[in-house]
Write a protein that binds this ligand. Structure first.
Ligand SMILES: *[C@@H]1O[C@H](CO)[C@@H](O)[C@H](O)[C@H]1NC(C)=O
Length: 307
């Protein structure tokens, strides 16, 4: 009990300075918003720097202070390359997995995530995201058209370096949603990928078709995220755990929290993707089926290692 209290106090002590910094960063980003009209490139660069400092700090909390060990595998991702990034979605900590790779590629400040439109109403935070050029979407593609054009035009017309990131399943994986996905796949004669939900293809197709017009966007990165804790597959920590638990990756027998974190990246040059919408949807479906197979291999590997 006392131990738990100490963990929370430690967490608050670590997180409070970061939160204050986040608030001032968001205030600054909101303040930059009107200047965007006149100096769009400068504002994009400035907001990327501000974002990069906020994100790097939270990554330091997770990896350096709380000792998260993130292992990686797959294709090397060229330094400074713009890309469309898709990933599976399990929990808050997915964010750190993708950021770990973005840092290596020098693209941390250039990450732009698809986020829920409701965030726009959150004072400072939402305005900050909007000012930075996050696509804030409802996932109703009719309604989102204007917003997507706003985001895509910065990338295509102004050639802004970007990692445009989305969780193609649109929601976090849960066993219940897996069953729903399975039923949907049976009804629609689609293959159900293992350990994943069937991906939403519409947003992906729209993104690829638009960003093809930006010659500096060279590839699609497919990232597969895997977790384990004490033999429990795909068990991710909560947001608060990532910020407060000391020794998050240390084995439980040795007093740690025992989490394993892994991200597997694959790089597909954009010109190798199909050009028609139907072909692209099918392409994403194939990636998801492969991801499922890769995840099953990882699960077995980890299970063997801990038995
Ligand atoms: C923004 O940053 C890019 C790449 O770092 C650079 O090429 C460009 O000149 C910068 N633009 C402005 C207006 O600062």
């Amino acid at each position: 009990m006392a131990q738990l209290l100490l963990t929370h106090i430690r967490g608050l002590t670590i997180v409070t300075p970061w939160l204050l910094y986040l608030l001032s960063a968001d205030a600054l980003l909101s303040f930059l918003l009107p200047f965007k009209l006149f100096f769009p490139n400068t504002v994009y660069n400035l907001s990327s720097r501000i974002a990069s400092s906020v994100w790097r700090w939270i990554q330091i909390i997770f990896q350096s202070l709380n000792g998260a060990v993130i292992t990686t595998s797959g294709d090397p991702l060229p330094y400074g390359e713009s890309a469309i990034v898709v990933a599976n979605h399990i929990g808050w900590s997915d964010f750190y997995m993708i950021q770990a790779l973005a840092i290596r590629s020098g693209m941390l400040g250039r990450c732009r995530w698809f986020a829920k439109i409701q965030l726009r109403m959150v004072p400072f935070l939402g305005w900050g995201l909007w000012a930075m050029g996050f696509p804030l979407v409802s996932r109703n593609w009719g309604k989102d058209k204007g917003e997507l054009e706003r985001v895509f035009s910065g990338i295509t017309a102004r050639k802004w370096p970007t990692w445009l990131i989305s969780f193609s399943e649109a929601t976090r994986f849960t066993p219940k949603k897996y069953l729903e996905s399975k039923k949907w796949c049976t009804d629609h004669k689609k293959p159900q990928p293992e350990h994943l939900l069937y991906p939403r293809t519409k947003g992906f197709v729209t993104t690829v078709q638009h960003l093809r017009k930006a010659p500096h966007v060279k590839a699609v990165y497919d990232m597969t995220i895997a977790y384990q804790r004490g033999g429990e597959w795909q068990r991710a920590p909560t947001m608060w755990e990532t910020l407060s638990l000391p020794q998050i990756s240390r084995e439980q027998q040795k007093g740690g929290a025992g989490y394993k974190f892994h991200v597997h990246a694959r790089r597909f040059p954009l010109e190798e993707l199909p050009y028609d919408d139907e072909g692209l949807a099918k392409w994403l479906e194939e990636r998801w089926v492969e991801k499922g197979q890769w995840l099953e291999e990882k699960r077995t590997e980890w299970a063997d290692a801990s038995s």
